[in-house]
Design a protein. Structure first.
Length: 384
C-alpha cells in the first residue's frame, strides 16, 4: 500500500510541475530566443525561470554570499540541462562545441506493453561514421555498448568527454564483451523528461542537497530519511535504512567513504523512473543491444528450453548479468559470464515460481538500465 501511495504522490507532483512548465513556456513564446550562457562574462538576461531561481538562491544564501549563490546557480543549471562538464573549464579554442541535450518526451503509447520477441533475434548494427565529426575511419572507431553510435577517441578528447584517466578504459574495453558507454548512455539522468527532472530538482532542493558535491554515508542516509518522511509522513523503518546503507556501499565500490555526484544522480534518476513510470514504459527505453543481451541471459538460464525460468534464476540475472563487471574480468566473454560460480542459491519459494520471457524483462528492466554507466558503482543494488 505504501508503494502505491508513494507512486501516486510522486506522479501528482510531476503533473503539477508539468503544468507549471507548460505555463512558463507559453509565457515565453512571445519573447525572442536567447543563447545559453556560453561565456562567463555575458549579460545575465535570464528567463522568468532563472529569475525565480536566483531569488530563491539569494534568499537561502543570504546577501553576504554572492559568489556561492552564483556557483550554486550555475550547478543547478548544469543539472537541469543534463550537462556533466562546465564549458568554462576548457580552452574552447581547440575543442568542439558540446551537444545540446534534448530531454525525451512521453508518448501516448508508452505505457502499452511493447512487442519484444524471444525467438526473433535482432541484428545489431553500429553507425558507420563518428557521431562527432561524421567521418568514417574503419577500425579506429569505438562503439558504444548501449546505442549504435561510434566515436573517435580524438573527437571525444576534443569534446572534453575523454580525460587521461578514462582514455585507457575506452581503448581497452570498447571492443570487449564488457564494452563502453558513450556520454549519452553513460548519463542516466538524460532519461528523465523535463517534468521529471524538475521534480527531482525540487526534491534535492527541499533536502538541501548541493549539486556536484560528494555525499558521505551520513549525508546519504539523512537524505533518504527526509525523502521517506516527505512521501509517507513517517520515519523510515530500520530495514529500509539498512538497505540504504547497502546501496551506499554499492555506490562506493572503492571504499572512499563517499559517493561521487554523478553516481548519486544516476541512482536517484533510476529510482525516480521506477516510481513514476510503469514497467512497460521502462521497457521501451531498452535499446536493441540491451534487448539482445537480455535474450542471451534468459536463454542461458532456461536450461530445459521450456520458455520458463525459476525466480531464483531471475534473481541471479540481476546479480550477475545486469551489473558491472569487475575490472579483473574485463576480457571475459559471454561464455565466461555464465559461470556456475555466479549462481545464487534459491529459496524453495523461488524455485516454485516460474517466470516467462515477458515477466523476466519486466522484473529486470530497471537493473538493465542501471548498468549503463561506465562507473564501477552499482547504481541499483538488487535486494538480497
Amino acid at each position: 500500500m505504501g508503494v502505491l501511495m508513494s507512486r501516486r504522490q510522486t506522479v501528482e507532483r510531476v503533473q503539477k510541475v508539468s503544468l507549471a512548465v507548460s505555463a512558463f513556456k507559453d509565457g515565453l513564446r512571445e519573447q525572442p530566443s536567447t543563447r545559453r550562457r556560453a561565456e562567463a562574462g555575458a549579460a545575465r538576461q535570464g528567463t522568468l525561470e532563472q529569475e525565480v531561481q536566483e531569488g530563491e538562491e539569494e534568499a537561502s544564501a543570504g546577501p553576504s554570499q554572492p559568489e556561492e549563490s552564483s556557483a550554486s546557480k550555475a550547478a543547478w543549471e548544469r543539472l537541469r540541462d543534463g550537462r556533466g562538464v562546465e564549458p568554462e573549464e576548457f580552452d574552447r579554442a581547440n575543442r568542439f562545441t558540446p551537444p545540446a541535450f534534448i530531454r525525451p518526451k512521453r508518448e501516448l503509447h508508452d505505457d502499452e506493453p511493447p512487442d519484444i520477441s524471444l525467438e526473433q533475434r535482432e541484428q545489431i548494427l553500429n553507425d558507420e561514421m563518428c557521431e562527432i565529426c561524421e567521418v568514417w575511419t574503419a577500425e579506429s572507431l569505438f562503439p558504444c555498448r548501449i546505442c549504435p553510435r561510434v566515436y573517435h577517441d580524438g573527437c571525444l578528447r576534443r569534446m572534453g568527454y575523454l580525460q587521461k584517466d578514462s582514455a585507457v578504459e575506452v581503448t581497452e574495453t570498447a571492443h570487449t564483451e564488457t564494452g563502453w558507454s558513450c556520454y549519452y548512455c553513460d548519463n542516466l539522468n538524460l532519461l528523465l523528461t523535463e517534468e521529471e527532472m524538475y521534480s527531482l530538482m525540487e526534491t534535492l532542493k527541499n533536502c538541501k542537497i548541493i549539486p556536484e558535491s560528494c555525499l558521505t554515508l551520513d549525508d546519504f542516509l539523512h537524505y533518504k530519511h527526509q525523502v521517506h518522511k516527505q512521501q509517507f509522513e513517517r520515519t523510515m523503518p530500520e530495514a529500509q535504512e539498512e538497505q540504504a546503507a547497502l546501496q551506499f556501499n554499492a555506490l562506493d565500490p572503492d571504499k572512499k567513504g563517499h559517493i561521487e555526484w554523478q553516481d548519486f544522480l544516476s541512482h536517484e534518476s533510476i529510482q525516480l523512473l521506477q516510481k513514476i513510470r510503469p514497467q512497460n514504459a521502462l521497457l521501451r527505453l531498452l535499446t536493441p543491444k540491451e534487448r539482445e543481451r537480455a535474450r542471451t541471459a534468459f536463454l542461458a538460464l532456461d536450461q530445459d528450453n521450456d520458455g520458463f525460468i525459476g525466480e531464483g534464476e531471475c534473481r541471479q540475472a540481476r546479480h550477475s548479468w545486469f551489473r558491472k563487471h569487475q575490472k579483473e574480468m574485463l576480457s571475459c566473454n559471454v561464455r565466461n559470464s555464465k559461470s556456475p560460480e555466479k549462481i545464487l542459491p534459491a529459496t524453495k519459494q523461488e524455485e516454485t515460481r516460474s517466470i516467462d520471457w515477458p515477466g523476466f524483462l519486466r522484473e529486470n528492466v530497471a537493473y538493465i538500465l542501471a548498468a549503463r554507466p561506465n562507473s564501477a558503482a552499482l547504481h541499483l543494488q538488487p535486494l538480497a
